[in-house]
Ligand binder design. Sequence first.
Ligand SMILES: [Zn+2]
Length: 143
Amino acid sequence: MDTCGIFEKFDLQNNLLKEYKYWYLLIRKKQKNIGSCVVILKEHAFPLQQVSPEAMAEYATITREIELSLQKSFDAYLVQHLCLMFVDKHIHFHLLPRYKEVFNFENKEWIDNQSPNPFEQTDIELNQEYLNLIKNKLLENIK
Ligand SMILES: [Zn+2]
């Protein structure tokens, strides 16, 4: 079992969307926009050049699946992929969907601030119940 703490940090147990051969796809506990995700390599590899071509090919598959799901589920306009490792030795990508329109989901209004810099968009803390609704919606649209 991996003991570096990354899977606890992102709460794999509660927030796993889908397990792949090389990666885990999770929704982020803190959502910037609705459907914010993180894709974490299962093994240690650092920096990005250490990730195998097979794992990178699988990342392309994950990209297709989650981007299409975000589009279908919440009408995402595009998805920003950010690889920001500094502390963790697991390569991981933050997937931050962006929106042109205000989106209403389960009595909550989601508004994209339209800044090209996703870090100018506030992290929104949600309870697990609401996170599960987002997760289930995304899963409906992932094959
Ligand atoms: Zn680890």
